[in-house]
Design a protein around this ligand. Structure first.
Ligand code: ACO
Ligand code: KIV
Ligand code: MG
Length: 554
């Protein structure tokens, strides 16, 4: 426990009666704005250089972002140059708008306008901090002083926008540190900026209400947004935007509830890169919508590529357990999960509802360009279902249920011995050693069946075996080849087995097809399996019996 919890105080509730957001549902995508190249970038140990910025910008375009904050052109030459590069190089497709951030300071605003000169359309994003704490300790100003900063900045932007008719300027204002700002003051300062910019329903202002620091539970954030939307004047002339950070780890939830509460737009970054614990993760937000049947209006059909580019640009890894994107999120190690996934995937092939219904997999990995390959991975926590899945998927072996149980003990032993994950090749090798290569003390050398005599129902099989390296020739009689072979083993090798169950299937197709036979036999008090593979179905069955016979002696 922290030593002094009294250092902290509970975040005050919002006085909101008749709140509407709890009974709403999200049924359409918000306007997305990527702030990877600005907020994400300003939080990096090593900010992106031109190559990384270009790679990120191109990725964001491929993903279908229509609004992209490309930087803070007045802050650094790199940001300024990148802004110029996308404008002068005609790299902004129609329908896409770049956004640039500036403080409410004259020289920075003027430089910002130099940065966007020549763009067809640009969002100029003005911010100043409004919270009680920042007013007191950073700016040393009262409310009016803070309103004056915003209004002065807004006036200069309006003037410069009017002097730049070739560019359609969209105005955005952020009362930075909104979450620590008294709500009545947040409305007051936003209305003061609106008073300068005079937005209309046709030319809306963007009011961005940032959780610069996430300070409360997501329901309180939703209350803040609903309160703001209900209280502000001229709501129809504003796009209400969210800019959640993730200090409490609930940025995604805050964004979802904020949208229910009336917001229209979300600013965030890929995989949540950003100051401290990051910005809200737009990939997770979008895919959360997708899994509810809502089109997120972003292309995330190759998530591995998005991860790769993002990791290159930020030089930060995406966590293996990151929602939807992590390397391990479509992988089950534990036995009961593997069993359920295996059954779920099988059931899906027979279902005609078109609905994705697989236990433990909330989304079809293929929708994100991921495959089922690594869905099930095997370690000491794994069970028969997962092992069966891997053997069938990678090696075409459809092992019967009781054999799954038997073999899972073998795998468990190997996994416990190594303490490591077992690859599909490791599992197959264990299967071969245990069953297919169980060829001592007995080994099948050859067999032939005599034609049935006209009055004889029995089949006679001649068998040559090797026992402990020595050739044994024997004969047996039975109703069919299995029966006759067991009799031959009884006569010549002293092996007494009774078949309890027999299965076979083909592996592969056409001329290269092989037969795989599984026999479950009773040997004394025990039942156990043998497995054989051969191009010839009878030989495969006999091999399976030899495999069982040898295993029964272990
Ligand atoms: C929550 C956010 O993400 S906000 C965005 C934050 N991003 C960045 O800051 C990255 C880019 N910024 C920078 O590189 C620098 O801040 C620059 C180049 C823009 C400006 O640099 P400088 O003027 O040297 O320094 P600095 O940012 O520390 O300036 C602080 C001054 O600006 C004032 N200020 C800070 N924010 C604002 C604002 N939004 N509007 C008006 N004035 C502001 C402060 O009160 C302080 O004033 P003081 O010098 O009178 O005390
Ligand atoms: C500039 C603003 C919008 C910001 O990044 C924040 O408040 O987090
Ligand atoms: Mg931010």
């Amino acid at each position: 426990m922290p030593k002094s919890p009294s250092k902290y105080a509970a975040f005050p509730q919002v006085q909101l009666t008749d709140r509407q957001w709890p009974s709403r549902t999200l049924d359409k995508a918000p306007v997305w704005c990527s702030v990877d190249l600005r907020d994400g970038n300003q939080a990096l140990i090593e900010p992106m250089g031109p190559d990384r910025k270009r790679a990120m910008f191109d990725l964001l375009l491929r993903m279908g972002f229509k609004e992209i904050e490309v930087g803070f052109p007045a802050a650094s030459q790199t940001d300024f140059d990148f802004c110029r590069e996308v404008i002068d190089g005609n790299k902004i497709p129609d329908g896409v708008t770049i956004q640039v951030l500036t403080q409410a300071r004259e020289e920075l605003i003027r430089r910002t306008f130099e940065g966007i000169k020549g763009a067809k359309r640009a969002i100029v994003h003005l911010y100043n901090s409004t919270s009680e704490l920042q007013r007191r300790v950073v700016f040393g100003l009262d409310r009016q002083g803070i309103v004056d900063i915003a209004v002065q900045g807004a006036k200069l932007i309006k003037q410069l926008a009017d002097q730049t008719p070739e560019t359609e300027i969209v105005l955005q204002y952020s009362p930075e540190s909104f979450t620590g700002t008294e709500l009545d003051f947040a409305v007051e300062i936003c209305e003061a900026v609106m008073e300068v910019w005079q937005p209309t329903p046709e030319r809306k202002i963007i009011l961005n209400l940032p959780s610069t620091v996430e300070m409360s539970m997501p329901n309180v954030h939703a209350d803040q947004i609903e309160w703001f939307c209900k209280t502000m004047k001229n709501r129809e002339s504003a796009i209400i935007s969210l800019h959640p950070h993730n200090d409490r780890g609930t940025g995604v939830a805050a964004a979802e509830l904020g949208l229910l509460a009336g917001a229209d737009r979300v600013e965030g970054t890929l995989f949540g890169n950003g100051e401290r614990t990051g910005n809200v993760d737009v990939v997770t937000l979008a895919l959360n919508m997708f899994t509810q049947g809502v089109d997120p209006e972003l292309n995330i059909d190759d998530i591995n590529e998005i991860v790769r580019v993002s990791e290159y640009c930020t030089q930060l890894p995406v966590h293996p357990r990151h929602p939807y994107a992590g390397e391990l999120v479509f992988t089950a190690f534990s036995g009961s999960h593997q069993d359920a996934i295996n059954k779920g995937l099988k059931a899906l092939t027979k279902s005609n509802t078109g609905k994705w219904e697989v236990p433990y997999l909330p989304i079809d990995p293929q929708d994100l360009g991921r495959s089922y390959e690594a869905v099930i991975r095997i370690n000491s926590q794994s069970g028969k279902g997962g092992i069966a899945y891997v053997l069938e998927k990678d090696y075409g072996l459809q092992i019967p249920r009781r054999l799954q149980i038997e073999f899972s003990k073998v795998v468990q032993r190997v996994a416990d011995e190594t303490g490591k994950e077992l690859s599909p090749a490791d599992i197959h090798a264990a299967f071969k050693t245990e069953y297919l290569e169980a060829d001592s003390p007995l080994e099948l050398v050859e067999h032939s069946t005599e034609p049935r005599g006209p009055n004889s129902g029995a089949r006679v099989m001649s068998v040559v075996m090797r026992r402990n390296g020595e050739i044994v020739t024997t004969k047996g009689k039975g109703n069919g080849p299995i029966d006759a072979f067991l009799d031959a083993l009884r006569q010549g090798c002293g092996t007494d087995l009774h078949v309890v169950d027999y299965r076979e299937h083909a592996i592969g197709a056409g001329e290269d097809a092989q037969a795989c036979a599984y026999v479950e036999v009773k040997s004394g008090e025990h039942t156990l399996f043998g497995v054989g593979i051969d191009a010839d179905i009878v030989t495969a069955s006999l091999r399976a019996l030899v495999s069982a016979a040898n295993r029964s002696t272990r």
